[in-house]
Design a protein around this ligand. Sequence first.
Ligand SMILES: [Zn+2]
Length: 360
Amino acid sequence: MRFETSRALDAVERRLSIDPLAVGGVIDLVEAARSVDLDGGRPAALLRLGMFVDAVSRQLGDGNVALYAVAERGAMSDTDFTSNERMVLRRWSDDGLIEMLPPGGRTAARVREVAALTGLPVITRTPLPGHPGPVYLTTGAAGGMELALAPSTGSSPRPHPVLGRFWRCPAADCPTFGRQPAAGAGQPPPALPSGAPLCPRHGERLIDAGPRPPATMMAVRIKGTVRARFPLTAARPVVVGRAPDEPGGITIGNWLDDESTRRVSRSHVRLELRDGMVLVTDVSTNGAAVLARTGSSVPPREVDLHRGEPKAMGEWDEVELYPDVTVGRADRPPAAVAKGGAPNSVMADAPTIALRLPKQ
Ligand SMILES: [Zn+2]
């Protein structure tokens, strides 16, 4: 049992990240771990985070998407967690897999700040009226937990200028702002309690480490399941198609059935990021359309693309190469969420009884 629990926690660990490009939402780690009503078990269980990972996976049809979890240092000495869980938390914090705030740090406020700055959805159990971006609320309980987007209140604000720079923390070996991220990876947003960018972990004033090119993570979904993720930057457009010749093109031919193989061109659409906006151009011989939505709860409206003419995509829009073959923002659920289990579930091996076990 212990072995299975630690294996399930390892699976959860692989789906934690503070890279905004890698995640599908921002969550208060302790709030999730204390969701006793989901299983009626121990007051706090780290494994419950896995239910949220799986729920976001189902929403996005994405078996690789991670969660941006925020906690406060007190969690590492909270005796409602087992000693093993406290050790795991410390490791996640030291390795920069989660964001750890100083003692007394206000986790809920930081979760909202990260979401507001990045445009990522907040995942919470308590409604957040007035929050400027998307909010997932939990529905159901007792093993059947799902997420539902609260009706959105319009589009996310434009990216804050602070996100246009890389930042470095003066504290030694800072796991949050230590080293510049690799190409194609993002950096967590600084804390801005009074306008000046601070390290959320150390409270130190961050050092400007140069310009950061904007990037948006996109996803190709086939029949609702993500088959490719790719970062879109202003530096280079990306072509998606059956087998594009363009360098850096996204090849999806392997995932297509006979009919869609005939209808998806080798190079089908070109995506580019300009002034923070995703532009899509039909470069195919088969045609493409944008499924336009003004919010999560609005049914999509089909807008045909004119070949060779770029069109701006809204945050909820998807471009359709062929029915059930779409490209859209990786952190926004598609209009048609696929039914069925979470792809690549982290809880598949988790003994549900582990949540109910008395403390060891
Ligand atoms: Zn720091």
